[in-house]
Ligand binder design. Sequence first.
Ligand SMILES: Nc1ncnc2c1ncn2[C@@H]1O[C@H](COP(=O)(O)OP(=O)(O)OP(=O)(O)O)[C@@H](O)[C@H]1O
Ligand SMILES: [Mg+2]
Length: 460
Amino acid sequence: MSEKILIVDDDSNMRFFLEEATRKLGYEPHAVADAESAIEEVGKKRYSLVLLDVRLPGMSGLDAIPLIREADSDAMIIVITAHGTKGLAIDAVRAGAYDYFTKPFKMDEMSVVVARALEKRKLQQDVRKLETKLRRQCSFDDIVGTSSAMQQVFELIQKVVETDVTVLVCGESGTGKELIAQAIHNHSARRDNPFVKLNCVAIPEGLLESELFGHEKGSFTGAVQRKSGKFELANDGTIFLDEIGDMSLATQAKILRVLQEKEFERVGGTETIGIDVRVIAATNKDLAQAVEEGEFREDLYFRLNVFSIVVPPLRERKEDIPLLVDAFLDHANDEMGRTVDGVSGEVMDLLQMYHWPGNVRELENCIYRAVVMADSDIVTPSCLPLYLQSIAESPKYTLPDEVESLDDTLADVEKQIIVDTLHRTGGVQSKAAPLLGVSERSLWHRVKKLDIDVERIKAG
Ligand SMILES: Nc1ncnc2c1ncn2[C@@H]1O[C@H](COP(=O)(O)OP(=O)(O)OP(=O)(O)O)[C@@H](O)[C@H]1O
Ligand SMILES: [Mg+2]
């Protein structure tokens, strides 16, 4: 499709000449005689370029420039001025015109200026497209990630924000589950209503009901005032049920009831309160397995697991590390008034080698610490915690020169691997198990069988 060019000149000979000339060059010209018609025309059709005479009856070309740009900020404007009015041409460029040429002009002079302006317009559009694409690919709100796993997460978020369905976010600790829950709320129709977080394990059993549903004044000792519960506070908004995999069966029963009935009473109250909340739940547990083992109610599981988003651990998407490092450097610099603008190649290698049992949170802490430690604008290995500095030289597992007993040798290597992994997780078995690809229970048995001193590992 040829590019549309709008010609604005009160001189009919000039209009005719420019129309002929631009048509010959392969463009699609349209000519008008005054600025007012030009503004109207630009508002109606998408012109790539406007050839604008400055001296016009009525509004001058100069005054029309900002109005044309307002109507279509992508249209390039080239002004045509009479010989000896260079000052006017400069004013025009200041007002937002791209270039000018002076009358009388030669055909090829005009065609070069026009071609250059159109090329510039195309470049600007390409850059804008790329920028949008890049922004879409690298982040969703504050969540950054270029890995295909995170791209998929962004797509799922995008889909689910248009609905009101219950979302279950699954992933290891520190993978960004809360960030995702918040992003869903922020982009949903409920964004102007509350986002209330409820940590399902942090509540003492005795206070549970009051925490969830609130209480009336005097309903129990210490209830000096009426208090709204989390569900009531989240009304018309979103409630984020965090760590649902660890809640007691008693809590599960209460949560299930309110999810089913969408109403409840405050502790000590008789009034039934109806609520409208969107539920987003998060867990680092395998809920299906918890159901099988009788630790999680199946009916609640089905109610929560309507639409699930699984966030993979950082060690499975290490290509996200450079982008995360940049984001955390920015945050840390802002907070601490520093100007650390990158990490050395050696540091990046170490960050890529590590297994990140604490996932993105651990990386975030690591970068904040590095910014504190850095005494130049580059993070060097000495700014990293010791366990990361030494990862490159961490011992490989050793095999005996001669195998006397296969079972003993395997047990020995198994012990080395487990001890090594436990060192990396500070002795925390629940974090070591997924790194080893075994269940916590299985790891626990192996630790006993191989007589591994976890307490000593914990003590460092
Ligand atoms: N993709 C990401 N981009 C930027 N920051 C992230 C990303 N993922 C996690 N973070 C940051 O890492 C930290 C941990 O994230 P978050 O609290 O959402 O994890 P979580 O999965 O809820 O962890 P837990 O299970 O321990 O509660 C937060 O400070 C969060 O801002
Ligand atoms: Mg969390």
